[in-house]
Design a protein. Structure first.
Length: 327
């Protein structure tokens, strides 16, 4: 018993590292998953560079930039993605902040509204949009709204696609931002900033958004991937962004179509790295909001902080009073 009692503290000492057996199954699972994802990509690459009876050739890649409509469709998709990201964040961020500050029952309402695009199929959504676009000019031909219906269908920049993509991206943007706001004490940050004299816009821009860098980057990437790969809405409405162009080219140039698909995947990965890099800020950064006429500035935590910590003042302990007879 004495030996057991003496050995127990050493066995559970915090500095002692537990010896664990190597788990080879983790490496096996990762290897299988890697083969599952890499094999189709390698097969596609071999298909683009190997031509029967001709050997290796890179014509499918060298002719992409000179292909008819490649640059225009890619720039159109990127501009649509930028506009969709801006509009989606402009709608969701204030709504989620207001929900955090308002009654808890509103959270369920906002969540249901943002999740509805997952229930409605894209084909049903685009059918309704096409019906409205055909019905509008006939009934508003003598009103200023007639020009509006024509403007949103401009082929150089179709605003109607931005509106449709924003609706489709709402579930992903909501999930990403809601997860970020759950890790932030929004009422405390807002109250501290408002007490320092900040306006509502300053609270969102200078206090809330720095704490949501990772969530904003994730929402932006999901929206970008959605816009670059969306085909149904754009095709049925008669527009030609990047995804529609790839399908159109595949009929005549199959190898070029696969090559463009591989390059678009690489572009998406590169943009993911850029957005993830932009979303990782210094965790020690803080935004100082000076209080009007109240001495030094009050520091509100920035990215990586979860709540504002009050200043702690150390008070020296008083010397004990001697008791007679117990000296």
């Amino acid at each position: 018993m004495a030996a057991l009692t003496t050995a127990a503290p050493e066995a559970f000492a915090p500095g002692k590292a537990r010896r664990t057996r190597p788990r080879y199954w983790r490496g096996a699972v990762l290897a299988v998953a890697g083969l599952y994802f890499v094999t189709p990509l390698l097969s596609s690459f071999v298909f683009t560079v190997h031509v029967p009876n001709q050997g290796l050739t890179f014509e499918a890649y060298t002719g992409i930039l000179s292909a008819d409509g490649f640059t225009e469709s890619l720039l159109l998709s990127l501009s649509l993605a930028a506009a969709t990201i801006a509009l989606a964040l402009l709608l969701v961020v204030p709504a989620l902040v207001a929900v955090r500050l308002g009654p808890p029952r509103l959270r369920a309402v906002v969540e249901i509204v943002c999740m509805l695009p997952l229930v409605v199929p894209p084909i049903a959504l685009v059918t309704g949009i096409a019906t409205v676009l055909r019905w509008g000019p006939d009934h508003f031909s003598r009103t200023p709204l007639y020009q509006t219906f024509l403007a949103v269908q401009n082929e150089s920049f179709p605003v109607v696609l931005v509106l449709a993509y924003t609706v489709l991206a709402l579930p992903f943007v909501h999930r990403s931002l809601d997860a970020g706001l759950r890790a932030v004490d929004v009422p405390t940050l807002v109250e501290a900033a408002r007490n320092c004299g900040a306006s509502r816009l300053q609270v969102i821009v200078s206090v809330i958004l720095p704490n949501l860098r990772s969530s904003l980057a994730g929402a932006s990437f999901l929206t970008l991937a959605l816009v670059l790969g969306e085909y149904t809405v754009a095709s049925l409405l008669g527009f030609r962004p990047f995804a529609v162009w790839i399908v159109t080219v595949s009929g005549a140039e199959a190898r070029m179509s696969v090559a463009v698909s591989l390059l678009s995947l690489l572009i998406t990965w590169a943009l993911l790295l850029v957005l993830s890099r932009a979303g990782t800020g210094s965790s020690a950064s803080a935004t100082a909001i000076p209080a009007a006429g109240a001495g030094p500035a009050t520091v509100v935590p920035g990215a990586g902080a979860t709540a504002s910590a009050p200043a702690i003042t150390t008070v020296p302990a008083a010397a004990p009073t001697p008791v007679p007879g117990k000296e």
